[in-house]
Design a protein around this ligand. Structure first.
Ligand SMILES: [Zn+2]
Length: 147
């Protein structure tokens, strides 16, 4: 889940279209969206943790009595996790409701982001890449001046 501590989950698909990853098999790929949901929930889990909320770990479904079921995988666990509907002896637990309205807790999560000039359409890929590099260079220069 960690990407050098900058706070987002990363799903990487290989470039090779011959890879088995791109082949759908109804017997094995029963809930293929699960990987995206899973990684997204890790992001919310991390945000919740950084805001100091108590909640179960996303991987801990078995200790709360859930199973990885055929066809639907951990769908029931994810549903209850997102709705704070996991029953325990101390009441219901799961992601805090507010987390859906909060941005990441730490400003370091935004350090590598940059402002996009929304009205400027890059003319081509080279220009687009150049724009990104220029923004990064000016960020690095700004930081250099501050320290
Ligand atoms: Zn995971």
């Amino acid at each position: 889940m960690d990407y050098y501590g900058i706070g987002f989950s990363n799903i990487r698909l290989p470039n090779d279209s011959q890879s088995y990853i791109y082949r759908y098999n109804a017997r094995t790929n029963q809930f293929p969206e699960e990987v995206f949901l899973h990684e997204f929930l890790h992001t919310l889990e991390r945000n919740s943790d950084e805001y100091g909320y108590e909640m179960p770990e996303l991987h801990d479904y078995e200790s709360y009595g859930y199973e990885n079921e055929p066809v639907i995988g951990q769908r029931q666990w994810y549903r209850d996790y997102m709705n704070k509907d996991i029953r325990t002896s101390n009441g219901y637990v799961g992601l805090p409701e507010e987390i859906y309205t909060l941005k990441p807790a730490k400003s370091s999560n935004f350090e590598t982001s940059y402002d996009v000039d929304v009205f400027k359409e890059p003319e081509n890929l080279i220009e687009e890449i150049k724009q990104i590099i220029d923004k990064l260079i000016s960020k690095i220069e700004e930081r250099g001046e501050q320290s």
